[in-house]
Structure formats: C-alpha cells, structure tokens
Design a protein around this ligand. Sequence first.
Ligand code: AMP
Ligand code: TRP
Length: 349
Amino acid sequence: MADAIQTPHASQTKFSPRVFSGIQPSGGLTLGNYLGALKRFVAMQGQMETIYCLVDLHAITVWQEPERLRQQTREAAAGFIAAGIDPARSILFNQSQVSAHAELGWIFNCVARMGWMSRMTQWKDKAGKNAEAASLGLFAYPSLMAADILVYHATHVPVGEDQKQHVELTRDIAAKFNHDYKVDFFPLTEPVIEGAATRVMSLRDGTKKMSKSDPSDQSRINLTDDADTIASKFRKARTDAELLPDTPEGLKDRPEARNLVNIYAALADLTVEEVLADYAGRGFAVFKPALADLAVAKLAPISTEMQRLMADPAEIDRILGAGAEKADAIAQPILAKTLEITGMIRSRR
Ligand code: AMP
Ligand code: TRP
C-alpha cells in the first residue's frame, strides 16, 4: 500500500525522482501529521532521494512567539528523527536556513495570479471573515510552498488530503513559468496521497480535521503524549452505539467510527477491510481498548525517544544546520538558473 510510489508524469522523465515535503512547526506534531505525513516520509526513505523541511517561514504567516517557535522547530525535528527519519539518509532542515526558498517564492509571487490564491480553501478557512486583517504572507503561502518544492525540482510530494490543492497549484505555477519563459525547466510535481489515514479526524468530532490548533487537547493525540494520555484519549473518543460493520461501506455515515477504524488500519499497516474482518460485529467496548493498546505500542516509543533527543538541543541544531548545507547545495544552482531565465544580471563573483 503506502510504499507503492507512482512513476513520474510521462513528460517528466528528464527529472530524476526526488521527494520533498514540509511540516509547519507552529505547534506540536499530532497523530494526523504522523499518519498523513511522517510515517510515509519514513517509508519513502531509501526508495529515492528524500528532503524534509520544517517550514518556519510558513509558520509566521500567523503570529508565533519567537522563543516558542524555536522550541517547536526543535521539537518537530526531534519528532521526525524519533519517528524514523535518518539524517544520514534524508536531508532534514528548517526552511529559513536556505534562503533560496524565499527568493524563488518572490519570483513565484510574480507568476501566480491573485485569483488562484483567492480560491485556496486553506486561505479561506484561515482568513475567515476578516481577510483584511490576515497577513499578506498568509495569502501568498501557496506560492512559497511551490518554491519549497520546485527549488529542488522535486517530483513527488507526500502530503495529507488537505494539501492536495496546494500541490496542484504548484503544478499550475510550474506550467505557467515554463510557458511564459518558453522553457521546460520546472517539473509538474505529483502529490502522493495514499493509505488509510490521509485525513485523520478529531477524536471529539468526526467531521473536523485533527489539528494542532484545535483548542481541545482531547481532540487530538500529540506525539509528545505519554502512554496513559494516549490510552485515555482513545477510551474517551466520541463514537456511536452501533456495532462495527463487515464492509467499509457500512462506515459511510458514521464519521467517528470510520475515523477510528482508519487510524487502526494505518497504525497496524492493514487495510480497512482487514481490520473489519477482525472486528465486524464487535462494539466499541472491545474495539477502543484494542486501538488504545495498538496506539500506545506504536506511539509511546516515539514520544520517549523525542524526550531523549530534546535533552540535547545543540545536537538538533547541528543536524538541522548540516541538512541545510546539503539542501542549499541542491537549491542554489536551480535558483541561479531561474534568475538567469527571468532576465536578472548575474555578475557577482
Ligand atoms: P501541517 O501540520 O498543517 O503543517 O501539516 C503537515 C502535514 O501533515 C501535511 O502533509 C498535512 O497534510 C498532514 N496533516 C496534517 N493534519 C492531518 C490530518 N488530520 N490528517 C492527515 N494528514 C494531516
Ligand atoms: N502547507 C503544508 C501544510 O500546512 C506545509 C508545507 C509547506 C509543505 N511547504 C510544503 C508540504 C512543501 C509539502 C511540500 O501542511
């Protein structure tokens, strides 16, 4: 399942396969981040070149307390490593240490159209009714995201369902750049959205996405939660009074039940059908404790390892710095070529 990686777009064969993805260090990592992104980042290691980024420049599109942002960036880095990202096999760094992202982001601000940005559902959700008070950066957010991806000529972007529209916009930006400047320079990147848990929902409300910004801590599992907290949150998760069905169709109008079954499947590396084969006809009095045990077995070691890594922040900063140097070496020539294509003089020695 999750490890079957599609071949690049037919016209893209001149670009060697390369994975890029990012997570905002704007709060702690959640089970949604883990199943929708991190776990799949780990699976892609070794299959092709992998570049993973803590997008701190994206985080400040909404207010971040500076010292907290720094802490959260280290904590997210610890989460990546604890979950299995190996800094020797993947490039791991924070975005602001590679200035090419922001520079290419500016070029893309001049390629993307206001209308494209206004149609982004994440913009509409986050700006809400008071768009006048939102930062300009929040509006331009997807253009910086396109730069993150394209400054490495990345061909594959593993993300959760909510980021699909942004990756499609990245393709639109690449296509318009290639068209306007009459080049075949940027690849048309594929989003990779696979597995049973590309959209993990809140434990309190099966119609809302599990999110680090939800005011209720009970709504989410944090990667820093200890074993007791994880178990208790699953035991208290909202459900319905029915028994589990024997086919996925039986979960159609049961968002909470469907969410818990999806989480179980993703954590156990099973399909939803396989989980239902084991639990059909059983109620939540049986299923919830089983899910709690599974989640503790899979997640508690990550939280323990994160704590160990967080005890040495200087080592985390060193890893991010070394990753940034490797990332910069790939990004600089691509940025330089982009500037040349757009007609900028490049005469500095
Ligand atoms: P963010 O935390 O918004 O920066 O998201 C980082 C990555 O995690 C993106 O690929 C998201 O699509 C993914 N993600 C975040 N929340 C969820 C969720 N509830 N379910 C699945 N994937 C998620
Ligand atoms: N927008 C993504 C999110 O909120 C984070 C992100 C920024 C990203 N740049 C990226 C994801 C590039 C994939 C590729 O989840």
